[in-house]
Design a binder for this molecule. Structure first.
Ligand SMILES: [Zn+2]
Length: 408
């Protein structure tokens, strides 16, 4: 790939611009954090999205709100020329979410503050700082009149609970775009080029209740049967794809990545029974599987649907399936990463590539074949944890890199 075009990108000016705007970037990130936005509270999420809409309008965005009932709205902001002045340049889709896993009132125990070189608070890293970075990158490019193609910034409010309502909107828009940049936090210092896919199942076991002392033989213990099922599904976890003897993955993961496990199956929640002296007639479990390769989806789905009870007096009901396909490491994404790596080098830092077991909306866009680069948001620690925080020193260089990627 030729990087000659990149020489036209004023990297130093972008970095200097990002540094000049760092205080306002942080101020806007703090504003977003101060408006708490748990996914399950539509009014709260919409209030946070309204802040982003207002910021977009300040920057001259064309604003469209995809109104939802029950979930937060989805905000679509378009920047730059409606028609690209470059030949055949489709828009770039910038993808983010403004919902968080934190309930209302979290700010009392986890106030949003700048301390020890970090911005702390619920939703800072995942991913309000990343959203603020995107606005700053767009602001810089707009002011310098560098936007030659349309940029679509799509912000949803249901990512942390599975993107039920935003997924079709994301998928429809991405088909009109050349590439997707996801504003999720970096993996350490790395951008993400692969993510595991995720499936969820519920298993219900029906047995036969009986008095555990008087009629022991008449009972069929649903919990015992469930225990066997749990052992079975857990045994489906596999070692790394590289060491597998069966079909080779279509693109071998980069050895530098962190995808150290292949398919994993984990029983996360289980229950059953009523009293110790009653042989339980019902038991259940909720199971999650994560897959590296798309082909593993139907394979694991078939295994779940083929589950049979050992005790013929018990019956199983199994529901569920894959809901986030894996983001596989595809050539288009690798090309985007290499470009980002070269631009980062010009900015004076080394960018690494990583993969993760966690899912994001990038799973959906990558699965449809649109080159998707993820982890382009903030650097920090503690997403979904008490110590959630963003490292301030990385904000400006990464914002400059994001800006460069939008015009390269
Ligand atoms: Zn996130």
């Amino acid at each position: 790939m030729s990087l000659a075009a990149n020489s036209k990108i004023p990297m130093r000016a972008l970095l200097a611009g990002a540094r000049r705007k760092q205080a306002s970037l942080i101020a806007f990130a703090r504003q977003l954090v101060q408006v708490e936005s748990p996914s399950d509270n539509k009014a709260a999420v919409d209030a946070c999205l309204a802040l982003a809409a207002a910021r977009g309008m300040q920057l001259g965005a064309r604003v469209k709100i995809h109104r939802q009932t029950g979930f937060g709205n989805v905000l679509e902001l378009r920047f730059g020329p409606r028609k690209s002045t470059l030949p055949a340049a489709k828009p770039i889709l910038l993808l983010g979410h403004l919902d968080t896993v934190w309930p209302l009132g979290t700010l009392q125990a986890m106030p949003c503050r700048l301390r020890a070189g970090r911005l702390w608070g619920p939703g800072t890293l995942d991913m309000k700082a990343g959203v603020a970075m995107a606005f700053t990158a767009i602001e810089m490019l707009t002011e310098a009149d560098l936007l030659r193609r349309e940029i679509v910034l799509l912000l949803n409010g249901d990512e942390e609970i599975g993107s039920t309502v935003s997924r079709p909107i994301t998928e429809k828009l991405e088909k009109t775009c050349s590439s997707v940049y996801v504003l999720e936090p970096a993996q350490g210092l790395a951008y993400k080029t692969a993510r595991k896919g995720i499936g969820n199942w519920r298993i219900d076991v029906k047995g036969i209740a009986a008095h555990a002392g008087v009629d022991f033989e008449k009972g069929a213990n649903a919990i015992r049967e469930l225990a066997r099922v749990i052992e079975k599904v857990s045994s489906w976890s596999e070692s790394p794809p590289d060491s597998r003897s069966e079909s080779r993955p279509e693109s071998q993961p980069d050895p530098s990545t962190h995808m150290n496990r292949g398919l994993t199956v984990s029983v996360g929640v289980a229950g059953g029974g009523t009293k110790t002296n009653v042989i339980p007639a019902h038991a259940w479990a909720e199971v999650e599987a994560r897959i590296v390769r798309r082909a593993d989806g139907p394979r694991i789905e078939r295994k779940f649907s083929a589950l049979k009870p050992i005790d013929p007096r018990c019956s199983l009901t199994v529901t569920g399936g894959i809901n986030r396909p894996p983001m596989e490491r595809r050539p288009g994404t690798v090309r985007l990463f290499r470009k980002a790596q070269a631009l980062a080098h010009e900015l004076g830092f080394t960018l690494h590539e990583a993969s993760t077991g966690g899912g994001s909306d990038g799973n959906f866009t990558a699965a449809l074949g649109v080159p998707t680069l993820d982890g382009m948001g903030a650097v920090g620690e503690g997403a979904h944890a008490r110590q959630e925080s963003v490292l301030v020193e990385h904000l400006s260089p990464r914002t400059a890199l994001l800006a460069a990627m939008l015009i390269s």
